[in-house]
Write a protein that binds this ligand. Structure first.
Ligand code: 13P
Length: 247
């Protein structure tokens, strides 16, 4: 199981970041669950000195190549900071205008520099005609086309329905619906990855994952872990999710 804490912009002091890191290190002591933290970029350095078994993720990666681009954070720089995962195509970035083409570039940049992309996909609503499935297919297809199948095995997909983000466990997806969606995502991945490869790609769920629903979603939803937002900046809640998954 893989549990990624996306701190978004919730954490705004070094003190809070340090406290959460200490708590995350404790959670990473057990072997069963891999803990990954994605802090706001200015706090990446806090993880370089001592992060125990906690892996480090960036919340984004630049798609730019060698040109000088003020404000961008390119993959080699992230790599040097110890980043091994990069969240790419989060709905909150897509909402700011990030395009499918940029997302594909970002996935490529991360892979070239040995950073595992956590590709976020998700629909804004579930319509009765299941058009949302076509939307997910488009998001996956546009992000992954042209990437060699062997590299695709290293990618993590985070299914984050936008309607479930930032609420509470009661608003999250139901396990059966999650299972159905995960199977569909694997089917789409099967178009890119030959043989049984698609079954090996890790799929996470994100969207109001909390201690109360993590176990049911992991068991009945067929996911390999979670991308956690608000509950990852509350040490008690984050520990609660990890404990629920260890049971
Ligand atoms: P919440 O867990 O706050 O719903 O956020 C999910 C998310 O967007 C993680 O990337």
């Amino acid at each position: 199981m893989l549990v990624v804490g996306n701190w978004k912009t919730y954490v705004r002091t070094r003190e809070k970041a340090k406290k959460l890191l200490v708590a995350a290190k404790r959670l990473a002591l057990g072997r069963k669950i891999k803990i990954v933290i994605a802090p706001p970029a200015p706090y990446l350095g806090l993880f370089t000195a001592s992060r125990g078994g906690v892996a480090l993720a960036s919340q984004d990666v630049s798609e730019s190549l060698d040109s000088t681009e003020t404000g961008e954070v390119p993959a080699p720089l992230l790599k040097e900071m110890g980043v091994t995962y990069a969240i790419i195509g989060h709905s909150e970035r897509r909402a700011r205008g990030e395009t499918d083409a940029q997302i594909r570039e970002k996935v490529q940049r991360a892979l070239v520099h040995g950073i595992t992309p956590i590709l976020c996909i998700g629909e804004s609503e579930r319509d009765a005609d299941a058009k949302y499935l076509a939307h997910l297919r488009t998001q996956i297809t546009s992000a992954l086309s042209g990437i060699p199948a062997k590299d695709l095995l290293d990618i993590v997909i985070a299914y984050e329905p936008i309607w479930a983000i930032g609420k509470s466990d009661e608003d999250a997806i139901q396990p059966a619906d999650l299972m159905e969606t995960v199977l569909y995502i694997r089917k789409v991945l099967g178009d890119f990855i030959p043989g049984k490869g698609a079954t090996r790609v890790k799929i996470l769920y994100g969207g109001s994952a909390e201690p109360e629903n993590a176990r049911a979603l992991a068991g009945g939803g067929g996911v390999d872990g979670f991308l956690v937002g608000h509950a990852s900046v509350d040490a008690k809640m984050f520990a609660g999710i990890v404990k629920a998954l260890k049971q």
